[in-house]
Design a protein around this ligand. Structure first.
Ligand code: DAH
Length: 338
């Protein structure tokens, strides 16, 4: 029996486990009810009394060795398991990359298209005085757009308001530079309007301004033809309708052939085949003079468009409020490289 115990002891000492399953099998093999060590203790009653002390000690040693072995092997296995589970903080993030907001995508597209023909980008403040938002743009003193209905005033006398359009940036650019001027001004604008599927009190515009010697309405048309085809596709048709803005003379609105039905007629284009995308015109000489540009020497054209409207047409979105809700199920659908 002594030899038998010595043999088992050697076996136990030499054991190693690669995983927790092997270790559990080891425990069962030696310590379970039918295990080898338990078996030895059952045989103990057959041991001659004079040998019992020595045998008892040997058997206890064996049992302790098995138990120690299990504890130390388990510690080692837990540690290496931890290493596998621990996050390696030096790895690049696995989280999905964010996507651009559809309005930012469209704004960037517009900037990209105009920058290819030499337009730079300019910005102005969202809080404006009456001069830059209205007076310098030739709005008569009693013009309804100055009414409290449309404008969010911050102060009356002097009038300070949230800008109602990005045309205010034209004024700032002309005040601060001389022709040739070729600039587009993207930005947020504010109007006191009820929120609906088609209107919001905060929205985005891109303003365009070109001032130089001999700028004509033909230049305006060609620039906007180019723009419409670049943004909506080569097959896009355009048309100009006479309109009125205080700051341009003559003024027009530009329509594009409905990109939803291809001009056949649908509820988006109200069965006309055309949708309006911007206002434009030749800068009124009064505006040039008010902004410090010699209207005898220079002419210019200007245009202004709503980014939400263009995005709705481009992506066939029928409710403008979606742009402002930041619902990831909506926003995740837009991917962009710029
Ligand atoms: N500011 C106008 C608006 O908010 C849009 C506009 C029309 C801008 C004609 C222009 C323009 O520069 O020439 O409705």
């Amino acid at each position: 029996m002594k030899d038998k115990i010595a043999g088992i002891l050697e076996e136990v000492k030499g054991f190693s486990a690669e995983n927790l399953d092997q270790l559990e099998a080891f425990r069962i093999k030696y310590l379970s009810k039918k295990g080898i060590v338990t078996g030895l203790f059952t045989e103990f009653k057959n041991v001659a009394p004079e040998q019992r002390k020595e045998m008892g000690q040997l058997m206890n040693r064996l049992k302790n060795t098995v138990q120690d072995k299990i504890v130390s092997l388990k510690e080692g296995l837990d540690k290496s398991q931890d290493k596998i589970n621990k996050h390696d903080l030096t790895l690049p993030a696995e989280a999905p990359l964010g996507s651009r907001h559809p309005l930012a995508i469209v704004r960037n597209d517009i900037i990209d298209i105009f920058s290819r023909i030499g337009f730079n980008v300019s910005e102005g403040p969202e809080i404006e005085d009456d001069f830059h938002n209205f007076s310098a743009l030739n709005f008569p003193a009693n013009h309804p757009a100055r009414d409290m209905q449309d404008t969010f005033f911050i102060n009356k006398n002097p009038d300070i308001a949230l800008r109602t359009h990005t045309s205010s940036v034209q004024v700032r650019v002309m005040e601060n530079s001389q022709p040739p001027i070729r600039t587009i001004s993207p930005g947020r604008v504010f109007r006191n309007e009820a929120i609906s599927a088609r209107a919001h009190c905060i929205f985005h515009q891109v303003e365009g301004l070109y001032v130089d010697t001999n700028v004509s309405f033909a230049d305006l048309k060609q620039t906007l033809f180019y723009f419409a085809k670049e943004l909506f596709g080569e097959d896009t048709k355009t048309r100009f309708r006479p309109s009125y803005f205080p700051f341009t003379e003559p003024s027009a609105e530009m329509d594009i052939s409905c990109n939803i039905c291809g001009g056949k007629g649908c509820n988006i284009c109200k069965y006309s085949g055309w949708v309006e995308i911007l206002g434009c015109g030749m800068v009124d000489p009064n505006v040039l003079d008010l902004c410090g540009i010699d209207s005898e020497k220079y002419t210019g054209f200007a245009f202004g468009m709503g980014v939400e409207r263009i995005a709705m047409l481009k992506y066939q979105i029928n409710d403008l409020r979606l742009f402002f809700e930041n619902d990831v199920r909506f926003i995740n659908q837009f991917k962009s490289t710029i």
